[in-house]
Design a protein around this ligand. Structure first.
Ligand SMILES: *Cc1c(COP(=O)(O)O)cnc(C)c1O
Length: 243
């Protein structure tokens, strides 16, 4: 497993570099976040010891269960799954960034808890760029107004936009969601909102990282291409199992 993870990591970094070169971009401008749902701490450790620092978890339960196994590692943990409001307090114990901010009551609850703790939090606004009902995220045409509203919560540091996008074997089908996220970002820039001049795009997964980088991604979130296939079924996107 160890050799495989290290080899896979090399391949993913090569894919990122190649995609950047093809797009005329600097590979240093695209961060790699390891999407580690269902991945055991010992396998996460292999990747971290190979130089990775950015980890994304989807579920509160996994954050908690893996915490002791990762305590000595210098890593930055992000929450990338659907977050239920009643789990906010717990999740804040483990992460420095939430990439799945997608509704006002979640923003409010985050702000309330953060104020109590006298701290701030990095957030990405999650957008449902594929218009699929099974996916979370704000509808694209509500993002600008939402961003203006959450600017009222000074504990939330808006770092960018996140999307999962439409996943398909057909590139032509995946492209529009990725492009849309960039267009939404540009629309926010056009609105000249105070302090929002550098918004990152978190998009691109195992299947579509090249396309995402061509469309301007600043952070790809990769699981399968590094840790292999895991059983996922529908449960990751399912509200009943969501965090
Ligand atoms: C699982 C997951 C990823 C990574 O997907 P892979 O296809 O395994 O690379 C990225 N983002 C989110 C939100 C995920 O849940």
């Amino acid at each position: 497993m160890k050799d495989e993870i290290i080899l896979n990591l090399k391949e993913v970094h090569q894919r990122i570099t190649d995609a950047c070169l093809l797009a005329g971009r600097n590979p240093a401008d695209v961060a790699l976040l390891l999407a580690v749902k269902t991945v055991a701490p010992e396998n996460i450790r292999i990747a971290v010891e190979a130089g990775e620092t950015l980890i994304g978890e989807n579920k509160m339960q996994e954050l908690r269960d893996k915490d002791s196994g990762l305590k000595d590692l210098v890593i930055e943990r992000h929450f990338i799954g659907h977050l239920q409001t009643n789990k906010v307090k717990d999740v804040l114990k483990y992460v420095s960034c939430i990439q799945s901010l997608d509704r006002l009551n979640l923003a409010k609850e985050l702000h309330t808890q953060l104020e109590k703790q006298h701290r701030t939090l990095d957030v990405f606004v999650q957008v449902n760029t594929s218009y699929e009902e099974s996916k979370f995220g704000l509808p694209p045409d509500e993002v600008l107004a939402f961003i203006k509203k959450i600017k009222e919560y000074p504990t939330l540091q808006i770092k960018g936009l996140m999307t999962i996008g439409l996943l398909d074997v057909d590139k032509e089908k995946m492209l529009p969601s990725l492009r849309l996220l960039r267009e939404i970002r540009d629309k926010i820039y056009d609105a000249k909102i105070d302090g929002l001049t550098n918004l990152k795009l978190s998009m691109g997964m195992s299947q579509d990282l090249e396309l995402a980088i061509a469309e301007g991604s600043n952070m790809v979130r990769i699981g399968t291409s590094i840790f292999g296939n895991r059983f996922l079924g529908k449960e990751i996107w399912n509200e009943n199992n969501a965090e």
